[in-house]
Ligand binder design. Structure first.
Ligand code: SF4
Length: 363
């Protein structure tokens, strides 16, 4: 499998928790210059076009740019025939005209930034949409024939209680969508929340409460027909994200755009993260992955999947014995953070909450 990720880094404003590569454009000229460069970069991968299985346009806010700018990108992608073509959107910028453009260019999956249905907390996060925007966008996309809709939600927002999670889950289930990504709020450096934290004005939700929240999320979504298939992802049967599975299964992917990265034929590359530098020269650096790097990444990414890692596949791919290579696996099994079942190594329920502790042994 080969995926193509395209980064559109523009946003209306900055959300308080966000550390993605993004910028608020000063004017249309900034966007035009970027899109021209992006299209040039997309075209530089023309030789791979017939091998690409999935395309994912992410951001930033890909639907914040004008229809003309979006069409310019989509025209460049037209020769690629994909199994899954996703675009991320923010509900407040969505228009029916955009939905029509998505359909015209073969976009068959839309991922919507919702985060919570509590409008006070949306303000706290500095999000710009309302619940009505979410409902309108989803109903318009469904009318246009886009059934494969995913939403992003966040838990462990300061002040949130289990009853708030219950409310968000009920609202999310009512939307009758195919996929949900449910992330725990992470306090990232260089965000406004981190600035508040350093001044004692922001307190994180305790580990116990956040663990309980995740447990409730898993239970409720499973009761409502969702499969829990990755640490932060749930889908109705048949609607797992094909693109994201490329990352978790350690397949190759091309990343284009500001701050994007890719992995192709054993080489990982990183694009420039500063707009002015990217416009001059897209690439920041290329790193040839050693066998140890690859094993380590494959283990960490693969363990994110609830089904875990097929032990014999990894052992034969790299000609290793997993237990000899990582003797600490036994320790993790004894601590009940990892388990081996039917030839798969996977995180236990306890391990899901303490994933980072487990991943350390593969670094
Ligand atoms: S809209 Fe998305 S990318 Fe933009 S600032 Fe908010 S979270 Fe970050």
């Amino acid at each position: 499998m080969l995926g193509l990720y395209i980064h559109i880094p523009f946003c209306k404003h900055h959300c308080h928790y966000c550390d993605f590569v993004k910028t608020v454009p000063r004017n249309q000229k900034v966007v035009d210059n970027y899109i021209n460069k992006l299209v040039e970069e997309i075209n530089s991968y023309k030789n791979y076009f017939d091998k690409i299985d999935t395309v994912f346009i992410g951001g930033g806010t890909p639907n914040f740019i004008s229809d003309d700018s979006l069409i310019q990108v989509l025209e460049a992608l037209k020769p690629i025939k994909t199994k899954e073509f996703t675009i991320e959107i923010n509900p407040e910028s969505y228009t029916e005209k955009q939905g029509q453009i998505f359909v015209k260019y073969g976009i068959n999956r839309v991922s919507i930034g919702v985060q919570t249905f509590n409008e006070e907390r949306l303000k706290f996060l500095n999000r710009a949409h309302t619940n009505k925007d979410v409902i309108n966008a989803i109903s318009s996309l469904k009318i246009l024939g886009i059934e494969n809709i995913s939403i992003d939600l966040i838990f462990a927002i300061p002040g949130q209680q289990l009853s708030d999670i219950e409310h968000d889950l009920n609202e999310a289930i009512k939307l009758d969508i195919k996929h949900m990504s449910y992330y725990s709020l992470i306090l990232e450096e260089n965000t406004y929340f981190h600035y508040l934290y350093n001044r004692g004005l922001f307190s994180e939700v305790s580990e116990d409460l956040s663990g309980e929240m995740l447990e409730n999320i898993i239970r409720k979504l499973e009761e409502n027909g969702f499969e829990y298939y990755e640490i932060s992802n749930f889908s109705k049967p048949g609607f797992r994200s094909i693109h994201n599975q490329i990352y978790w299964k350690f397949d190759d992917y091309i990343g284009v755009g500001l701050g994007a990265h890719g992995k192709l034929d054993g080489v990982r590359y990183y694009n420039e993260r500063a707009l002015n530098k990217y416009l001059k020269n897209t690439l920041y650096e290329k790193v040839e992955l050693s066998t140890d790097d690859m094993i380590s990444e494959e283990m960490i990414m693969g363990l994110r999947l609830i089904s875990g890692i097929n032990i014999s596949n990894v052992e034969s791919k790299y000609n290793i014995n997993l237990h000899q290579k990582f003797p600490q696996i036994k320790e993790m099994i004894d601590l009940k953070l990892l388990t081996e079942e039917s030839g798969y190594l996977k995180l236990t329920k306890k391990g899901l909450f303490l994933g980072n502790q487990v991943f350390q042994i593969f670094i």
